[in-house]
Every structure is written in structure tokens, then in C-alpha cells.
Design a protein around this ligand. Structure first.
Ligand code: SAH
Length: 217
């Protein structure tokens, strides 16, 4: 291994150590984080910081979440390789790439066309062929592909979106940040039951807002 490859491996190991200490115990999730090269997903000036446990800029004023939050949300989904997952808010594509390592099929929606095109390019580069993408308002879900075993929302909603609950299988789990941007948002784990939903609060978080409609540029 080259010196830089050794340094990179050490950075990854250090990050995994931090995540374990913070309660990420699902080894499959940790392996997925170690396997997906986060430096390919952040804005180039930040590539050298890709393995720090911090949120970083992508483009269009959006951010890639802190690795801890990605790990926590992924762990809360309790994925396996038979599952179909919907993501709202593709952004850089990083979370979708992690999901693709753990689930059978990933459907991801993004309202900013240029962001989606960049993410699609990364999926091609990495040979992630089980991710389907769509330029659309994720608030409407992806009806043609419903129901989903799991749904992950990576922008903050005002409340648990009823449209997405409708597209979740019975027994399915959705992880969604809810709340006003400038106020406290809380990450929720929502399970659909035969009669309604069971909601568990996971932790306070800070996400960009979920916005209606789409952007072409
Ligand atoms: N999951 C991303 C980070 C998401 S940042 C990653 O791993 O990099 C939140 C993303 O949600 C932004 O790209 C934003 O454009 C998108 N977004 C916000 N509201 C949306 C909506 N209604 N439908 C689809 N995408 C939305």
C-alpha cells in the first residue's frame, strides 16, 4: 500500500472507532460506511476531510450528512438484502450508496436536477446498479414502485408525511427528521402497523428543509 492509502485506511478505522463509541453496533452498517468512498461524494475542496465525522457541503447549498447520522439512520432501518427502500433527497448520493450495500433495491428521489445527475454519475463510477433515480418532488413519494419495506427521508418534513406512510408496507419502517429548520428537529422512527403508525423519537437533528416542487438548474 502507498503511504496515502495507509493514511486513508487509518482515517477510516478512526471514524469507525468513533461511530462504535457513539453506539453504532451494526457491523454491516459500519462495513458499508468503510466500503463507500465518501471523498467521491463531497465537494472537491472538502475531499481531504471526507473521513471526519462532520457534515460537508455538496452543491446547490445542500449538505452531505455527518457519517454518524448516516450510520444511525441506516442502523434504525434494520435493512436486509430482500428489501426495497425509498430515499427522499438523493443529494450527493452517499446515503443511497450506503443503502445499496445493504438492501435489494434502492429508489431515490431528488428535486434538484443537477444534483441528481451528479449522483447518477457516481453510482455508475462505483458500479452501483441497484439504485433507481428520479427527478421529482419526493413529498409525493414514488407511487409506481410502492409499497416500500423501508423509507428514509433526508430533508426535514413539517410532520410525518401521510403520502409516504401510505407507500410504506405494513410492518415497514420509515426514518424521517421532522420539525422547523430554525427550531428543533427531531429524528423519528415510524413503524406502520395494521391500524396506524408507532412513532419513536431517536434524537435531535439538523437537516435542510424538504421543499415542494422541482428545480431544473
Ligand atoms: N441524502 C443526501 C443528503 C441529503 S441533503 C446525501 O447522502 O448526500 C437533502 C436533499 O434533499 C437535498 O439534495 C435537497 O435538494 C433534497 N430535497 C429537499 N426537498 C425535497 C423533495 N421534496 N423531494 C426530493 N428531494 C428533496
Amino acid at each position: 500500500m502507498s503511504t496515502s492509502a495507509i493514511a486513508r485506511t487509518a482515517e477510516i478505522e478512526a471514524l469507525l472507532g468513533v461511530l462504535r463509541q457513539d453506539g453504532i453496533h451494526d457491523e454491516a452498517v459500519l462495513r458499508a460506511l468503510a466500503d463507500i468512498p465518501r471523498e467521491l461524494f463531497v465537494a472537491p475542496p472538502f475531499a481531504s476531510r471526507a473521513w471526519e465525522n462532520v457534515a460537508l457541503p455538496i452543491s446547490k447549498g445542500q449538505t452531505i450528512s455527518q457519517p454518524y447520522i448516516v450510520a444511525l439512520m441506516t442502523q434504525a432501518l434494520q435493512l436486509n438484502d430482500r428489501m426495497k427502500v425509498l430515499e427522499v433527497g438523493t443529494g450527493s448520493g452517499y446515503q443511497a450508496a450506503i443503502l445499496a450495500r445493504l438492501a435489494r433495491r434502492v429508489y431515490t428521489l431528488e428535486r434538484h436536477k443537477p444534483l441528481l445527475r451528479e449522483a447518477e454519475e457516481r453510482f455508475r463510477t462505483l458500479g452501483l446498479h441497484t439504485i433507481s433515480t428520479l427527478h421529482a418532488d419526493g413529498g409525493l413519494g414514488w407511487k409506481a414502485q410502492a409499497p416500500f419495506d423501508r423509507i428514509i427521508v433526508t430533508a426535514s418534513a413539517q410532520d410525518v408525511p401521510p403520502v409516504l406512510v401510505d407507500q410504506l408496507a405494513i410492518g415497514g419502517i420509515m426514518v424521517v427528521p421532522v420539525g422547523e429548520v430554525s427550531h428543533t428537529q427531531i429524528l423519528l422512527r415510524v413503524m406502520r402497523t395494521p391500524t396506524g403508525i408507532d412513532v419513536t423519537e431517536l434524537m435531535p437533528v439538523r437537516f435542510v428543509p424538504m421543499l415542494a416542487g422541482t428545480e431544473e438548474f
